[in-house]
Design a protein around this ligand. Structure first.
Ligand code: GLA
Length: 656
């Protein structure tokens, strides 16, 4: 008996002894996702100063900023998580706030509620027994984004078993939802197309189905000709006015027709432009070879068959002054800015711009280019300052069809006042120049939404404008960005689009540096949500990932014609937001045929059940609801439609 007691006592003692304190800061924090630029700090606040909550200083902890998430896997034998939390005293804005949330195995274990700067730290002491998946989250309070610096002070686990392990996000299977296109032709893409009379015209009829295929176009204006085998229309834009054409496509499996309206007038981009931009894949590594490859892949993978058409070069095609600021070792990007006549000189990675656009055009695609109104671009390369007209003319001569015009370094040369006129000035100038060119050039403003650009972007000749900073640094907030962007929906219309930045799925680089492309950090559900939200917002649809590493999953997200149809709807409505709870909302887009495209959106960390009431959609009666990702009717519904929506998910339906 004594012996048994002794053994039991020993077991209890060793179990107690085995309980170990593991500081959170001792774990791999590469998986800590946070919002924006800069980086969360260990043992320091986000601003690099000591961790400090309402005057109380802490030696150990993590200084991050909302929105930030850290997922951990436990073995079920962790006992406790302890910490003190609060908004850091160094948060630059007095109104800074944050809400700490801890979720274990899909259940909310603890929340701090809304906390303000200056409020005393709150103690966290939670029981983790049996828990295997843990999320430490710092959220914004409401929509506020006041540089919400937030501290996990002295965060630590008491564990009896293995140390907790940080992970990227809960594992999810990559499920392909988009059905394979049928073998018979299906004509996709926009139903309306804007061009300017007499200008060079190029349009590849986006059509899925097996090749060879024969194309025809009834009612095609005489200034245009169609290549019956490739489906590429070239020539010069017809006389001013609307021209209704019927496209036909036929192969051994069947045939398809589609009405298409060419509107020759003053407005381009009657539907959101679609294509690819090199930035988030190749940064300052971009070359002529990569651009050609992107065009090849766009056709080969079928992206062009569902409507992607622009192949756009971003920054770093020009020369840098002495050393390329981001990659000082590449001498091929260093050289004179301009020749004796003032013409800009592409760097050695771009031996012949005209040959490059010819290559892209030969595939029926369009080419885009980038510059900045200041003396230098954002990457530190030659900008357009004082050569605006000359550069724009050269871009058109080279054959470019799209110009992205940044802002970087312009403030250095602009008048010191921060007036709206000063902000508009470079865009007014370039907008005027582009309108006078003998070529259709879509004008994309990239000044991050300054001066409420959505209010004046169209009147100065812009077709789309970035509404915020670079999304690459904030991929964890696609929902927040979508909600913010949707606030400007009143200005979205044919020829005028709010641009929340590029679709970054598949293989992308790290926007904060010059990282080589690697799998994007978003879960499969989040990648579908990305595309659903961008389609509902009628955002320009530019993929910006590595075209040479496109996999079937990424292509299924990018290339669902029914989802793209929502984006390309001729009405040009950008979805209205109907808020339901803190975590859930609807996005409702009116479609030209009277139907509604609806996103049931869950930005929260837990699955939710969401109901779209007809009254919120502005409709009545019995309606057919179609699941657009699966391209399947779900049945007839009366008054409302309810669906389970996963964490960070969007259920995208069309109600007709
Ligand atoms: C800015 C833009 C990006 C990209 C880079 C290029 O950051 O917002 O989209 O064009 O410049 O340097």
């Amino acid at each position: 008996m004594k012996r048994i007691l002794f053994v039991v006592a020993l077991a209890v003692a060793s179990a107690c002894l085995a309980a170990e304190t593991v500081p959170l800061t001792s774990l791999d924090l590469a998986n800590l996702h946070f919002e924006g630029w800069s980086k969360p700090k260990v043992d320091k606040a986000f601003n690099g100063k000591p961790l400090s909550i309402a005057g109380q200083k802490f030696r150990n902890g993590i200084g991050t900023r909302a929105l930030s998430t850290l997922w951990l896997e436990l073995d079920g034998r962790a006992q406790k998580f302890l910490a003190s939390v609060g908004v850091d005293d160094g948060a630059p804005n007095e109104a800074a706030s944050a809400c700490f949330i801890i979720i274990g195995d899909g259940k909310k274990l603890w929340t701090s509620g809304a906390m303000k700067r200056g409020e005393a730290a709150k103690a966290v002491d939670i029981n983790l027994k049996g828990i295997r998946s843990l999320l430490l989250k710092v959220d914004h309070v409401g929509e506020s984004n006041n540089f919400n610096h937030a501290d996990w002070a002295e965060p630590r686990f008491i564990v009896a078993g293995a140390k907790p392990r940080t992970v990227n996000a809960p594992a999810e299977k990559k499920v392909i939802l988009t059905p394979k296109p049928p073998r018979a032709p299906r004509i996709n893409g926009p139903k309306v197309y804007g061009c300017r009379p007499g200008h060079p015209f190029i349009y590849r009829i986006p059509t899925t189905g097996e090749r060879p295929m024969q194309f025809a176009a009834d009612g095609l204006p005489s200034t245009l000709r169609l290549d019956a085998e490739t489906g590429i229309i070239t020539g010069n834009a017809p006389a001013r006015g609307g021209h209704t054409v019927t496209f036909r496509a036929r192969n051994r499996y069947g045939s398809a027709t589609r009405a298409f309206k060419i509107v020759s007038g003053d407005t381009l981009a009657l539907t959101p432009p679609m294509g690819w931009n090199h930035w988030y894949a190749h940064y300052n590594r971009v070359t002529d070879v990569m651009m050609r490859e992107a065009a090849d892949v766009m056709v080969r993978t079928g992206m062009a068959d569902v409507g992607y058409s622009y192949v756009n070069i971003d920054d770093c095609w020009m020369n840098a002054p002495s050393a390329d600021l981001r990659r000082p070792t590449d001498p091929l990007r260093v050289g004179p800015f301009r020749d004796a006549a003032g013409n800009i000189i592409p760097n050695k990675h771009f031996p012949n711009m005209r040959a490059l656009t010819d290559y892209i055009h030969a595939k029926g695609l369009k080419a885009g280019i980038y510059t900045s109104p200041g003396p230098l671009t954002c990457g530190g390369y030659c900008g357009a300052y004082q050569h605006e007209e000359q550069d724009a003319r050269l871009f058109a001569e080279w054959g470019f069809d799209f110009l992205k015009y940044d802002w970087c370094s312009y403030s250095k040369v602009a008048a010191a006042d921060k007036s709206l006129d000063m902000m508009k000035k470079p865009y007014v100038l370039m907008g005027g120049i582009l309108k006078r060119l003998p070529r259709d050039v879509v004008f994309n403003l990239c000044q991050y939404g300054m001066g409420d650009v959505w209010e004046w972007g169209a009147e100065i000749g812009g077709h789309c404008w970035r509404t915020a900073g670079d999304l690459g640094a904030e991929l964890n907030r696609i929902f927040a960005v979508a909600l913010k962007n949707a606030e400007h929906r009143a200005w979205s219309k044919p020829g005028a689009w709010n641009d929340p930045d590029y679709i970054q799925i598949g293989y992308v680089g790290d926007a904060r540096g010059e990282g080589m492309p690697k799998p994007c950090p978003l879960t499969p559900t989040e990648q579908y949500s990305f595309m659903s939200l961008w389609s509902l917002m009628a955002a320009p649809l530019f993929y910006s990932g590595d075209m040479s590493q496109l996999d079937p999953f990424t292509l299924n997200v990018l290339c669902n014609p029914e989802v793209i149809e929502v984006n390309q709807d001729p009405l040009g409505d950008s979805a209205a937001v109907v808020k339901l709870t803190d975590d859930t909302f609807l996005m409702v887009k009116r479609m030209e045929d009277g139907s509604r495209a609806v996103g049931l959106c869950n930005r929260g960390e837990l699955p939710a059940t969401i109901t779209a009431k007809w009254s919120d959609l502005g409709i009545t009666g019995k309606k057919i609801v179609r699941d657009l990702w699966r391209q399947r009717d779900l049945g007839k519904f009366h008054g409302q439609f309810t669906a389970p929506v996963p964490r960070h998910g969007v259920v995208l339906v069309r109600v007709r």
